[in-house]
Design a protein around this ligand. Structure first.
Ligand SMILES: Cc1cc2nc3c(=O)[nH]c(=O)nc-3n(C[C@H](O)[C@H](O)[C@H](O)COP(=O)(O)OP(=O)(O)OC[C@H]3O[C@@H](n4cnc5c(N)ncnc54)[C@H](O)[C@@H]3O)c2cc1C
Length: 495
């Protein structure tokens, strides 16, 4: 749309870009000079993977903040629920918008829905413009030397990083010329409460606000806190789950409370302004993690079935076990392996888990229990506030060894050694598995090895106050290696 064009009514469709700053779609709509209606649709039907429960909790907070911030500037957030194609058809019937703007999404059902909506709107004479609002590079922009998708992170990130645009993020619009919403029954706005995004009975998310402030304002505060307090030392401390060493921006990024461009720009400016030894290394390491997010989107875009199909088809014949009891123990944090249980309980209580521990618990489910990675992916999808259509399946496939640039399938994390290395004084386990709080450091990651007197002194009765291990590490490891060897024997896996 051309700046200064005669005013018509423009719609900004907000999806996973729930912010007013550095929002290219909102920016373009405001710049067009037309009155702007901002719309969020809680999508029902095939246009997107149904949002998990913890992420719905987050979404409520992001929408609340977005509505408030739009309102302050003269705009208004219209909330609707249903099939977006039907809703846009109704909007066209009730009021002739001149333009529609949105920031792109990269999952196959989302792309398909957007294409159908764009075709319908264009046929009705509505100008559609879409933008990159959530990635540093579009997934198709980074290519291998042969011009195709990339499979290995290091060359991917080298190529992606070289392309990064140093332009400043877009400022939030100072004023929004809000368009009136058409009065038509089929598109009558609903209230945030009526979307029932937050649990009521029981309110299992009652503890979440202790950790989180969803929405754009919370994201800005979190980023500033991270830059001031934790960026220095990030490269060294990011694997220590008991330390507040990582940004915890993932749920904000998942909903677009903040853009990676804003983070990228703020981190570089912070490093330039403060400097000092080692900080540049910390910044690069932090940006490379954002790079993993970019890589996951690259994989999702080129592999739409990432959440349901092995990236490497040779793993299709793997003999996964069905074991409801073990799966339940894993979900509840009752496996008897303290670092695994601490992670699964952190997830349940806060809707988030530290990255190192995510790798350990995922490896435990896949390798120790030999349960299909898709079971774990689905549980994370429902319980993570940062559940992300690209990061979640890409990371699960990475741990399983079935993914692109994945950990080799024979790498089986030893949960005791992982605990001892990354949580040496057991502070993380003590926080999330309080029944082990009084165990001495030496046995905190393997209480079953502790002499009876030490267990008694710590108030631990195995299989009573805390479970004995549900599988023996050595036996489980051998079983997993056998399963992979069987695959190899069938000629499905490379040696
Ligand atoms: C089995 C498994 C499942 C995962 N599921 C998700 C998910 O659903 N959503 C999600 O955002 N992340 C997922 N991750 C990646 C990672 O664990 C989280 O992004 C990270 O823990 C978020 O914490 P942070 O914001 O403090 O990260 P920081 O260390 O501060 O990193 C900054 C940002 O970089 C991105 N990032 C960091 N590590 C990774 C990674 N390994 N892969 C992709 N992006 C990364 C995130 O957006 C993160 O917010 C998963 C990892 C594993 C092993």
């Amino acid at each position: 749309m051309i700046k200064g064009e005669p005013a018509g009514h423009a719609i900004v469709w907000l999806r996973r870009d729930l912010r007013i700053a550095d929002n290219p779609a909102l920016h373009a709509a405001v710049e067009s000079g037309a009155p702007v209606a901002c719309l969020f649709i809680l999508e029902e039907g095939r246009s997107s993977r149904a949002i998990g429960a913890a992420a719905r909790w987050w979404l409520h907070g992001s929408l609340e903040t977005l509505a408030r911030n739009l309102d302050k500037r003269g705009g208004r957030l219209v909330l609707l629920r249903g099939d977006p194609l039907r809703i846009f058809t109704e909007i066209c019937a009730a009021a002739k918008p001149t333009a529609a703007f949105w920031d792109r999404r990269y999952d196959a059902p989302g792309i398909e829905a957007d294409m159908a909506i764009k075709a319908m709107l264009t046929a009705q004479g509505v100008r559609c413009e879409s933008f990159n609002g959530s990635l540093l590079n579009e997934p198709w922009e980074v290519k291998s030397a042969a011009g195709g998708p990339m499979r290995v992170f290091t060359p991917y990130w080298k190529a992606a990083r070289a392309r990064l645009d140093p332009a400043q993020p877009l400022a939030a619009p100072r004023r929004i010329n809000g368009a009136p919403w058409p009065d038509a029954a089929a598109i009558r706005p609903v209230t945030l409460e009526s979307l029932s995004l937050r649990p009521a009975r029981p309110d299992w998310a009652a503890g979440f606000p202790r950790w989180w402030k969803p929405g754009e304002d919370g994201a800005r505060e979190r980023l500033a806190e991270f830059l001031d307090d934790s960026l220095r030392g990030y490269a060294q401390d990011r694997d220590r789950p008991a330390r507040p060493a990582t940004s915890r921006l993932s749920p904000h990024l998942a909903f677009g409370d903040i853009s990676p461009r804003q983070i990228w720009s703020a981190a570089r400016h912070h490093a330039d302004a403060t400097g000092g030894p080692g900080l540049q290394r910390d910044v690069e390491k932090f940006l490379a993690e954002i790079g993993w997010r970019e890589f996951s989107y690259h994989l999702l875009f080129h592999n739409p079935d990432l959440a349901t199909e092995n990236f490497q088809k040779r793993f299709d014949a793997l003999g996964w076990r069905t074991d409801g009891k073990a799966l339940r123990a894993w979900r509840k944090g009752q496996t008897g392996y303290p670092i695994v249980d601490a992670g699964m309980r952190q997830l349940w209580a806060s809707g988030w888990m530290h990255n190192r521990v995510r790798m350990v618990v995922a490896s435990f489910l896949i390798k120790h229990l030999l349960i299909d990675w898709r079971e774990g992916e689905r549980w994370f999808w429902d319980t993570l506030a940062d559940a992300d259509a690209a990061n979640n399946p890409a990371s699960w496939q990475w741990v399983a060894g079935t993914g692109a640039d994945a950990a080799p399938y024979f790498r089986i994390f030893n949960p005791v050694l992982q605990g001892e290395k990354f949580d040496p004084d057991g502070a993380y386990v003590r926080e999330w598995v309080p029944e082990l709080a009084r165990m001495p450091d030496k046995f905190i990651h393997q209480p079953w090895k502790a002499p009876k007197a030490i267990l008694a002194e710590a108030g631990v009765v195995l299989d009573k106050t805390y479970p004995a291990p549900i599988v023996d590490h050595a036996a489980a490891r051998a079983r997993a290696l056998d399963a992979f060897a069987a695959l190899k024997a069938q000629g499905s896996a490379e040696p």
